[in-house]
Design a protein around this ligand. Structure first.
Ligand code: ZN
Length: 126
């Protein structure tokens, strides 16, 4: 008889432990919203299928066939000039957080900020 009572107690439909687990799981789902954005360290620029990686710390302007220019300045990157019709890529402005991208479809250009060091991106180095 006592066994049966214990069993009933332990199989309560909604125990405190369940509640705690539910709360933890819900919080875990929200965590990505609160993780501070990772600052980018490098930027990979893919132009017509060819990818080059640049450090965000070194200011430079990269000219692609005189059609589109990518500017790295002060740890941020943007498309500064483009001959594409919509100029969406130029309007995007500067991006600097890891994972952010700028895409120019007409020019087949993808700019992608990465939080990795340049050696990690290329998998090599000197
Ligand atoms: Zn564009």
């Amino acid at each position: 008889m006592t066994d049966r009572v214990d069993k009933l107690r332990s199989s309560k439909p909604f125990s405190l432990l369940d509640a705690v687990i539910i709360v933890i799981v819900s919080l875990l789902c929200l965590v990505p919203l609160f993780i501070p954005k990772k600052t980018g360290k490098t930027v990979s620029v893919t132009y017509r299928g060819k990818t080059s990686v640049y450090e965000l710390s070194a200011d430079r302007i990269i000219d692609f066939d005189g059609k589109i220019k990518v500017e790295i300045k002060g740890g941020k990157v943007r498309v500064s000039e483009s001959d594409c019709p919509s100029h969406t890529c130029v309007a995007r402005g500067y991006v600097s957080n890891a994972g952010e991208t700028i895409v120019c479809l007409p020019n087949d250009l993808v700019v992608r900020v990465s939080g990795e060091e340049i050696d990690a991106v290329t998998g090599g180095g000197v």
